[in-house]
Design a protein around this ligand. Sequence first.
Ligand code: ZN
Length: 163
Amino acid sequence: MEPLTEQEIRAAFVNCTKGEAKRLSVPRDLADRPWDDLDYLGWRDPQAPDRAYLVSRLDGGLRALALRCPGPGAQQMRRSMCSMCLTTHTGGVSLMVAPKAGKAGQQGNSVGAYMCSDLACSLYMRGKKDAGVGGRLHESLTLEEKVQRTVSNIAAFIAKVSA
Ligand SMILES: [Zn+2]
């Protein structure tokens, strides 16, 4: 994806208040992120281990989500699969919960998905990060097709949160 600036990222959040979007922790090393290999940017908040964020460029523009990882119990210790990139990890998949945008979110509604705990789906798919033995299914899809699938899974997740 095209490199993003901190300002662009903060302006893209759909499911938190403007004040929260202004204060939340955006990576300081944006210039050093491997943008060419990223389909979306995801990160954990180093100060708040239960918070994670992701940003993706969809047809309608940039969309960012604030996510909660409800405690270490939500990390799957048995083998489980990321629902975005379909990588299987032992202990590396977490339930990520996104408060819904707008009124629904204020009323406590949220959408959850099991995802790579480090939000590095793009790197696992490209073999730049190792998920351990059996981490990738043997599939007849090309990398491009897998990327397409992940991008549409992320887009569907963002659409559910925004709906
Ligand atoms: Zn993943």
